[in-house]
Design a protein around this ligand. Structure first.
Ligand SMILES: [Zn+2]
Ligand SMILES: [Zn+2]
Length: 312
């Protein structure tokens, strides 16, 4: 029996495991499991004395022994005693064996295994499995770890996996920490990644719109009075030079601006600061202030950006 996979990014809402049939081992199968094939289906907790009455098979075809009572006690995603039928068949799950071993360790009366050695992909895999099967201890320890790591994320790929997890399962602090990395992603990509989570997708759209407004500030043709604060003023030739320089350096599209901005405004700031050199020949003594006013307009908008969570 297959249970639909739930990837970090590529899948829709999680199917409720309680609505899927699950197969228990018969008593004789249980005894077999303890002897022959059961050796391959040991409980991942070393020296666990609890009898195995359910065998799970991971996506990489590793058999793992589990205890129905523990699954019921420590999680809500596995079926109740009455809702299962007996079978000698192992239950196929879409998680890999490394993830399932950690998940099953989390349904015992013991401290959860340390997660410090896990890479972000494994950590997310375990976190999603915890959410899928409602293994509360695993959910808590994973979300806490991800929360700490989300503040140190530096690349878009990791941010994207954290963001999808956080947006789907309502970890808004994590979502806020990595949301700026999501700005360069196009709408279709994010729609795919948040498929089935319309509230999260709409919140991301509204969050992104704040950056689109900044793109408007960058491309708007400001009049001389708007930037020079003096009616009828004619700036010296440096201004045209500066304006040209900025126009050449800035991308020509909204998409280009969003990619330039990315997770922070550093690159945009460098462009504006670098080109101030073009104003050093200014003879009207107002070009520098005008350049500062222009920069101030997008900078102020960037400071006013509301976090992703305010749109949820
Ligand atoms: Zn056990
Ligand atoms: Zn000037």
């Amino acid at each position: 029996m297959d249970v639909s996979p739930v990837g970090v990014l590529d899948h829709g809402p999680i199917p409720c495991f309680q609505h899927t049939a699950i197969y228990l081992l018969s008593t004789s199968m249980n005894e077999d499991a303890q002897r022959g094939s059961g050796r391959d289906a040991a409980c991942p907790v070393p020296n666990c004395p609890i009898p195995i009455d359910l065998i799970l098979r991971s996506s990489d075809k590793v058999l793992l022994g589990a205890h129905k009572a523990n699954l019921e006690h420590f999680s809500d995603g596995f079926p109740s005693v009455d809702s299962v039928s007996d079978s000698e068949e192992p239950v196929d799950l879409t998680e890999d064996s490394a993830t399932l071993k950690l998940l099953l360790s989390g349904v015992h009366k013991q401290k959860l295994p340390t997660l410090s050695g896990l890479g972000s992909k494994q950590l997310l895999g375990l976190a999603e499995a915890g959410e899928k099967y409602f293994v509360y201890g695993v959910m808590a320890v994973c979300s806490e770890r991800i929360r700490a790591e989300s503040r140190m994320v530096k690349d878009e790929a990791t941010a994207a996996t954290y963001f999808a997890y956080a947006a789907k399962f309502g970890y808004l602090e994590v979502a806020d920490a990595v949301a700026p990395f999501m700005i360069p992603f196009d709408v279709d990509t994010m729609y795919d990644r948040l498929k089935g989570y319309d509230v999260a997708f709409l919140a991301w759209m509204r969050y992104r719109e704040q950056y689109v407004a900044i793109s408007d500030i960058l491309t708007r043709n400001y009049t001389v009075p708007e930037l020079f604060n003096v009616l009828g003023f004619v700036p010296c030739s440096s201004w045209a030079l500066y304006l040209n320089g900025i126009r050449k350096k800035l991308p020509m599209s909204v998409k280009g601006h969003l990619q330039l901005i990315g997770a922070n405004f550093d690159r945009l700031e460098w462009i504006f600061d670098d080109l101030q050199d073009l104003l050093k020949e200014c003879t009207c003594e107002r070009c520098y202030s005008a350049a500062c006013r222009w920069k101030e307009k997008w900078k102020q908008a960037s400071l006013n950006i509301k976090p992703f969570s305010s749109f949820v």
